[in-house]
Design a protein around this ligand. Structure first.
Ligand code: HSE
Length: 298
């Protein structure tokens, strides 16, 4: 069997709505081989779709179709460490896994760039799919169905304190509340900050982040879906966050921190939230993944 490992991703980074994303050191693993029929199971006991509607299978089938190859069927075993519907790119990870797995089974007819384009066409959010494939901090723009992107490494001292709430938020719902039009003032507000956050994370100019993550395009409209968000932001800043933002469409919240405050976050973040009556949130301290998705022969 082949094994595909795909990182979680955090889109937007506050101001870079639909444009910026980062790969994180939290992974889904998928084992795959051709079979006559569809055999899908979860190695960690999760209730996963076991038919053609399974996202990994569906994406693999799209790649076979692109190549004009017939898919006899697949055996898929998945281990999903990326929590689902939490704004951490779990759907992107499944789609990228299906594409990369199928590509390997067919002898790698597509290069990474073509996988990036295909993933965007299937998923629709290049700010999640592109960092999942390439790793790093990724800026992407789409023109004529092609993704133009750059992946840069993040300064090594940076950590991402990911606060994951005990409830889900579907991306369609979180996008449904956004305005169709924005003012020039708000466009410039976000443009300037998304440029600043990219340069700041690359160079390690962490003092800029508090301003650079600010956003007018999506977070204010999504806040009401995340009870306790204000306190989560406040507590992360009290514990030393450089910049805190809603991950992707939410509901997870990420604080960008230096390694020196990781232990304080481990010790106090969840406890302080519980003291405020905000319970059930989990904390994961992650780094930026700089390699992206990978395929192994197990
Ligand atoms: N940029 C997208 C959004 C990410 O914020 O809706 C969705 O995963």
């Amino acid at each position: 069997m082949i094994r595909i490992q795909v990182p979680a991703t955090s889109a937007n980074l506050g101001s870079g709505f639909d444009s910026l994303g980062i790969a994180l050191t939290l992974y889904n693993q998928i084992w795959m081989e051709e079979e006559d029929g569809i055999f899908i199971s979860s190695r960690d006991g999760l209730d996963v779709p076991t038919g053609e509607d399974n996202l990994i299978y569906w994406a693999a089938k799209q790649l076979y179709n692109e190549c004009g190859a017939k898919l006899p069927g697949l055996r898929i075993e998945q281990q999903s460490d990326i929590p689902m519907t939490r704004g951490l790119g779990s759907s992107s990870a499944c789609i990228v896994a299906g594409l990369l797995g199928a590509n390997r089974l067919l002898g790698n007819p597509f290069d990474r760039h073509e996988i990036v384009n295909l993933a965007n066409r299937l998923e629709g959010h290049p700010d999640n799919t592109t960092p999942a494939v390439l790793g790093g901090l990724v800026a992407s723009a789409v023109e004529n169905r092609r993704v133009y992107s750059v992946s840069v490494p993040v300064a090594p001292k940076i950590r991402f304190a990911v606060l994951i709430p005990p409830f889900e938020l579907k991306t369609e719902v979180a996008r449904g509340v956004l305005p169709q039009e924005v003012s020039r003032q708000n466009a410039v507000y976000n443009l300037s900050r998304s440029a600043l956050i990219t340069a700041s994370l690359f160079s390690g100019s962490l003092e800029n982040l508090r301003v650079a993550v600010q956003d007018t395009l999506h977070q204010p409209y999504r806040a009401h879906f995340i009870p306790g968000m204000e306190q989560v932001f406040r507590i992360t800043y009290e514990l030393g966050s450089y910049g805190t933002y809603i991950s992707g469409a939410g509901p997870s919240i990420i604080a960008i921190i230096g390694d020196e405050v990781s232990q304080d976050f481990e010790n106090y973040a969840v406890t302080r939230l519980e003291e405020k009556g905000i319970s059930g949130w989990q904390l994961k301290i992650l780094k930026s993944d700089s390699h992206g998705a990978a395929v192994f022969l197990d």
